[in-house]
Design a protein around this ligand. Structure first.
Ligand code: SF4
Length: 832
């Protein structure tokens, strides 16, 4: 829904709209709005006077015609293609006089309302709106049907007005995309009644629109005047801010490597905001990989909003923090519909007041949004979704924009928003992107659903089980044949059986009310994910078949080792074999269109070396600018030493005593807090046990494989200013990045190994694919991801220009130029 904004929706361009206010005889400031899509708007005939605001019929109704409960009973919708085909088919079935896709426009004072009705029969004066669906029509929530009628009635008035009709028939046609049958509902209306209805919707919307436009003007005027809030600039910060500003106003993608300590977040947030008035940007999305990154972004935004003078008002900027549903939900034991959750009951009845309060509050971090939502008795999570539409800045996880069905991306397209993206810690977008576009399915899960699912699905499930059997026989282990195989593509017969089962599952879940954690529903989502990705399969992904003991594997995050997430799958150990994994290894294939959908995209991190690697894997275009901001730190602040031992897997037992002795010696020479990083938990545990045994006087504590928030906090709390000891952690883990321990809280780090992923069949297959795609298989698979983790981990030591400390690199290979070249240029390596 959508008002807001500065895009010229009548022309489809993003130039400012000058809308004349005839009564005052002058041109009003830029304000237009967003309609269903640019093409639709472009086809609409101009009305007599330029409007102050334009809104689509769909958005007008979504704003003003919804009432009752929030109802998220699962109802699968047709795909976009099924929807298009359904509309075409219905139009073909009508006679020669039928007018399809009728563009309509009308006014309510300064408000222009536009849209496109599906069909009109000029002989019978029947206006038609077609809605495609799958499954049982009776399962469609009543509110949704009421919304469809609201749209049709608004079209009805616009049609009466445009053709001078005193009455007409409205026909709401539900079209079943599977059965290809129509279920029409028809009513006759007088033009006067339709006009009344139209005006009753426009009235509240116009009031809201005026407020939105006023806010937008104030926001842009204030941003245009806002000075950098942290003067003087730190070293490198001005260069960073200037590059981000330029990237935003010139709509040119920018990849920035900027070291810790220069104030990166405020150095990107401020110029991106400052560019908004000039570029007429609707929204800024600040996307983070991890939860702590959100807080850092919010802190920076708070600084920009804060009044520049003590008595002045805060900058009028609406900021919202998006939080995952499981963190925002007030009733995790309930389902999101009015019969189950009290905060879903009457949601839309109380939404207008909550929306008003939330817009007035402007600052909507997790706590503030929760307060507003609970004060109005509605769900905070879904109020957050609503307020995204009315916010200037959205802070949230990468998922919200880059995932397959990402909300922010969907809204951007639907509303034709002009957006800027700031992607924080962008090195993480490579493994996260791989994870978003990977999926897997096992024989075991299929068997479990056969056991526990409804009998009606048995035939389709058996069809897939037969194909699992075929694969099992075809790929039976024998002699040299490994338990893991790389396939050229998803097996055709298996995929056909999967599609048939997926369709049957979709029809079942559509016709049945299922809990969110129902095994059938979750299996449906898993089959849907892998079937969708199988259809998009290409050389950006691997297709793997693995023998499986029936236990769902522990999945790690990362490009190189099983990026597929199986969070809380709930499938238990079963005696079955066979698993297909579609493993995305070049996420840029899927991320590129998302990045192109942004008017400006700035991706930044302290570790983006080499730039080519990130540009290729993230799908950034050729014309992306690269900026490497020099570190503000001096080499004298950090003693970097290479200890020439071998930490290769087969040499670790031999070098363990030397490694432990080196750590102990450094600790005894300069007592304080250290972090010691290892490439795996196994290696960490061996080294930690040896140190404890040989040096029982040295305090040590270690990262564990599963740590909740409290345990993580306890680990970090030991690094206080007066502390003394060594924390053992894994490279690439939760303590290896995003952890800020300035001053005496951390005086040194040990890094054992180069952080290279292990050599195994999966990584070797990735290596071959990277070689074929980029001509640098070994570097893309092992060297770059490994050294990136090392630099991130070692980067915990020097956080400010007054910090001093040491980094001890425990592996002789750090002396080789190919690895040394990937270490920060301001480091000066001493001999070990
Ligand atoms: S509170 Fe939880 S269960 Fe209720 S509507 Fe919100 S997310 Fe759903």
């Amino acid at each position: 829904m959508t008002l807001a904004v500065a895009n010229d929706s009548t022309s489809g361009s993003h130039e400012p709209v000058a809308s004349a206010d005839a009564t005052r005889g002058r041109v009003d400031a830029a304000v237009a709005a967003v309609a269903d899509d640019a093409a639709e708007v472009a086809e609409v005939a101009e009305v007599a006077e330029p409007a102050l605001y334009t809104v689509s019929v769909r958005n007008l109704c979504a704003f003003a015609a919804k009432s009752g409960d929030l109802d998220l009973h699962f109802t699968p919708s047709p795909t976009a293609q099924q929807g298009r085909q359904g509309h075409q088919l219905v139009a073909q079935r009508r006679g020669p006089h039928h007018e399809a896709e009728v563009s309509l426009a009308g006014r309510f004072g300064p408000l222009a309302v536009r849209g496109r009705a599906d069909g009109f029969d000029p002989r019978s004066h029947t206006l038609e709106e077609v809605k495609t669906y799958r499954g049982a029509l009776e399962a469609m929530p009543a509110q949704q049907q009421a919304l469809h009628w609201a749209q049709l009635k608004v079209y009805g008035w616009l049609m009466c007005q445009s053709r001078g009709l005193s009455a007409l028939s409205l026909s709401l046609v539900y079209f079943d995309v599977v059965q290809q049958t129509e279920s029409p509902q028809q009513q006759r209306f007088e033009a006067g009644a339709l006009r009344q209805y139209f005006e009753a919707l426009c009235q509240p919307f116009l009031a809201w629109a005026r407020q939105e436009v006023a806010h937008r003007r104030q926001r842009d005027a204030a941003l245009a005047q806002r000075a950098f809030p942290q003067l003087p600039f730190r070293a490198g910060q001005r260069e960073l801010a200037a590059a981000v500003y330029k990237a935003c106003v010139s709509s040119q993608p920018l990849l920035v490597q900027a070291p810790t300590g220069i104030g990166k977040t405020i150095g990107t947030v401020y110029p991106a905001l400052r560019a908004m008035p000039e570029r007429r940007t609707d929204k800024l999305f600040f996307l983070t990989a991890k939860t702590p990154g959100r807080q850092v972004a919010l802190d920076a935004l708070r600084q920009v909003r804060e009044p520049s003078q003590p008595a002045a008002a805060a900058l009028p900027l609406r900021v919202i923090e998006l939080v995952a549903r499981d963190k925002a939900c007030e009733h995790p034991d309930k389902a999101c519909h009015g019969e189950s959750c009290p905060l879903a009951r009457g949601f839309y009845d109380r939404l207008p007041a909550a929306r008003e309060a939330a817009a007035h509050a402007q600052w909507l971090d997790r706590q503030a949004l929760r307060s507003v939502a609970l004060a109005h008795g509605i769900c905070p999570y879904y109020l957050g979704h609503e307020m995204v539409r009315w916010s200037d800045v959205v802070v949230g996880d990468y998922n919200y924009y880059f995932d397959r069905s990402a909300m922010l991306h969907g809204l951007t397209v639907e509303n034709n928003w002009r957006i800027s993206l700031l992607v924080d810690e962008a090195h993480n977008l490579v493994p996260r992107g791989c994870s978003m576009y990977s999926a897997e399915l096992g024989h075991a899960e299929t068997l479990l659903v056969r056991d526990q699912g409804p009998p009606a699905l048995r035939a389709r499930i058996d069809g897939l089980l037969d194909q699992w059997q075929v694969l099992q026989e075809r790929h039976a282990p024998s002699g040299k044949q490994p338990d893991w195989r790389l396939l050229d593509a998803p097996p055709e017969a298996w995929l056909r059986a999967l599609h048939k089962l997926n369709q049957a599952l979709g029809e079942h879940v559509n016709a049945t009310v299922l809990d969110g954690d129902s095994i059938v529903l979750r299996f449906y989502f898993r089959t849907l994910a892998i079937a969708t990705l199988a259809d998009l399969f290409g050389d950006h992904s691997l297709c793997e078949y693995a023998r499986d003991d029936g236990t769902l594997p522990a999945i790690q995050d990362g490009v190189n080792a099983g990026q597929v997430r199986l969070e809380g799958s709930g499938f238990d150990r079963l005696d079955a074999v066979g698993r297909i994994t579609l493993r995305n290894v070049v996420p840029g294939h899927f991320l590129a269109p998302r990045l192109q959908g942004a008017d400006a995209a700035v991706l930044f991190s302290a570790t983006l070396q080499p730039a080519d690697y990130y540009q290729s894997l993230l799908g950034l275009p050729e014309h992306t600018r690269w900026l490497d901001v020099p570190s503000p730190f001096r080499s004298q602040q950090l003693a970097v030493r290479v200890v020439p031992i071998s930490t290769r897997r087969d040499a670790r037992a031999l070098s363990l005593d030397t490694l432990v002795a080196t750590i102990a010696l450094q600790f005894r020479q300069v007592r304080g807090n250290y972090l010691a990083f290892f490439s795996s938990f196994d290696y960490l545990e061996q080294a930690c046990a040896r140190l404890r045994h040989q040096c029982p006087d040295i305090p040590v504590w270690a990262q564990e494989r599963q740590m909740d928030e409290r345990a993580r906090r306890a680990f970090l709390e030991r690094f206080d200013h007066t502390g003394c000891g060594i924390g053992f952690a894994v490279l690439g883990g939760v303590f290896a990045e995003g952890v800020d321990l300035p001053g005496r809280r951390l005086i040194g780090a040990f890094v054992a190994t180069l952080g290279l992923p292990q050599f195994d069949p999966v990584n070797e297959a990735i290596c071959a694919r990277m070689q074929a795609r980029f001509g640098q298989g070994y570097e893309y698979t092992y060297v770059y991801p490994g050294l990136q983790k090392v630099v991130q981990a070692a980067g915990r030591v020097i956080r400010t220009e007054s910090d001093t400390g040491c980094v001890v690199l425990l592996d002789a290979r750090y002396r080789q130029p190919r690895y040394r070249a990937l270490l920060p240029s301001w480091w000066q390596l001493e001999a070990g």
